[in-house]
Write a protein that binds this ligand. Structure first.
Ligand code: FMN
Length: 196
């Protein structure tokens, strides 16, 4: 598949089938991630792959956070909320977690690490699409949670930049629209009608 075709066609998945993609495909995605541009070649990414029962443990961690955030964590609502979080973790056969190492040394700037990991994530999303898989990039409170960072053995200085819900697509994807690029672009010094 042509790169532009993958870029244009990739859409966040609404629903994923439960069957597990082959391990080789996941390895291929992770390898593609590591070819992302990164300043000073510091490769600031860390990845976690959750499948099978690891998703259940992840779901418990999500549920724990959501219930602790309630005014009344023992109330009736808490079990409904906990169940929704546990279900969320099971909505894909694979969850790829992309985290960012904290900057170290005088040359490393945090925003550049964020950019590098975001590029790594997009590499995975595009290749997944080209290989017939579907993805959904998710963040929310779970990305900022100290509890979840600990779950993955990360420090509070690490940042979780994406939970990528991954699997084979189930059903249609949403229609997408984008603002035409000319509305977002200012051209400076570009020749018009041959004039400079
Ligand atoms: C940094 C980032 C965080 C996102 N977090 C969420 C999220 O928490 N929940 C969600 O439903 N989608 C999330 N998305 C996906 C966007 O909602 C989605 O990309 C957007 O609606 C455009 O749709 P498309 O991916 O189909 O082009 C996130 C995307 C990015 C780049």
């Amino acid at each position: 598949m042509d790169v532009l075709e993958a870029i244009r066609q990739r859409r966040s998945a609404k629903k994923l089938r439960p069957d597990l993609p082959p391990r080789e495909l996941i390895d291929e995605l992770l390898e593609a991630a590591t070819w992302a541009p990164n300043h000073h070649q510091n490769e600031p990414w860390r990845f976690f792959v959750l499948a099978g029962e690891a998703r259940e443990r992840f779901g418990q961690a999500l549920a724990g956070d959501a219930v602790r955030a309630l005014h009344d964590p023992t109330g009736e609502l808490s079990e409904t909320i906990a169940r929704a979080q546990r279900d969320k973790a099971m909505r894909a056969p694979v969850i790829l977690v992309a985290a960012m190492e904290p900057p170290f040394g005088p040359k490393i700037v945090e925003v550049e690490n964020v950019c590098a990991v975001a590029c790594a994530i997009q590499n995975m999303l595009l290749l997944a699409h080209a290989r017939g898989l579907a993805t959904k990039w998710s963040t929310g409170e779970a990305a900022r949670s100290e509890h979840l960072k600990r779950f993955f053995g990360l420090t509070p200085e690490h940042q979780i930049l994406a939970y990528i819900y991954l699997g084979y697509p189930d059903g249609d994807v949403s229609a997408a629209r984008r603002t035409p690029h000319h509305e977002k672009t200012t051209w400076l010094g570009w020749p018009t009608n041959g004039a400079h």
